[in-house]
Write a protein that binds this ligand. Structure first.
Ligand code: BGC
Length: 266
């Protein structure tokens, strides 16, 4: 089968990563670079940042491009940007690439949710490859992202990081405090509140228990930097569904964005 190379870009709250990807294997097909997300992430500043990144990793490349974005993506446009900048709502893939000289005859660039991209990479090439049925990929970074994938088919924008869960209180009799899952147990919350792994792990258990009750997935795949420390909080996870660390590491968003671009209907 011919190698198909696609440029994958993963926009995050603090950095923007990119690399050319061989979408037949999920391997990177060139250097991978990260540049800081602009402190004022207006669409023009983002377009300039993407041009800088593209110049570093894919100078002269004119093929397909996939962009992963940390918010709801509908059709070609960003619908929410909870952890980035409200100004970016409405921005399209073409606008994000407006400073990059692309071949006008190349397929239209594709914009996808970041967790959906990471999830598709894990299902196709990573930790979820051998699971059949409903897989829930949960990315634990600045926010909580989720990818709901059934037999390899993605239901996009599941956004379960915004589901309200009952914060475990000291006394069972007290009215529960309802809090968005990502405000309770994102990777950022652990750092910002300096939580021990066991305290944070038990918060994560509260979130996963809610997802388990609602969706009954066959497996949870955890992504984000904290997934590499699963052994430090695994004991706090009392849910019944297996929990597995992501295998694609920091490349999942790049690879998934490229993959989804290569498979998007034209
Ligand atoms: C956003 C999601 C995103 C997740 C991880 C959430 O706040 O609403 O779209 O996938 O953060 O970046």
């Amino acid at each position: 089968m011919a190698v198909q190379t696609v440029l994958g870009i993963d926009i995050g709250g603090s950095g923007i990563k990119g690399a050319l990807v061989d979408v037949t294997t999920g391997d990177l097909a060139g250097p991978r670079e990260v540049i800081p997300t602009p402190s004022q992430p207006t669409s023009l500043n983002m377009a300039r940042a993407l041009a800088t990144l593209t110049q570093k990793v894919a100078s002269g490349f004119t093929g397909s491009v996939g962009i992963a974005f940390p918010g709801v993506v509908k059709g070609d446009a960003v619908m929410t940007a909870a952890n980035l900048a409200p100004d970016l709502v409405g921005v399209t893939a073409r606008e994000l690439l407006s400073e990059v000289p692309l071949d006008p005859t190349a397929p239209a660039p594709v914009l996808v949710n970041d967790a959906d991209a990471a999830g598709m990479a894990e299902v196709r090439f990573g930790a979820a490859k051998s699971y059949h049925g409903l897989v829930l990929v949960v990315t634990l970074g600045t926010g909580i992202g989720t990818a709901l994938i059934h037999h390899g088919v993605l239901v996009p924008n599941s956004e379960l990081g915004h589901l309200k869960v009952a914060r475990p209180g000291p006394a069972q009799t007290e009215e529960p405090e309802w809090i968005e899952a990502e405000h309770l147990a994102a990777g950022r919350v652990r750092r910002e509140e300096s939580l021990n792994w066991d305290v944070w792990g038990s918060r994560l258990n509260t979130v996963l228990a809610e997802y388990e009750a609602l969706l009954a997935p066959v497996v949870f795949i955890l992504g984000g930097a904290v997934s590499q420390n699963l052994d430090l909080y695994e004991a706090e996870l009392s849910i019944h569904t297996p929990v597995v660390a992501a295998a694609m590491g920091n490349d999942a968003g790049i690879v998934g964005a490229a993959l989804m671009a290569s498979e998007a209907p034209s």
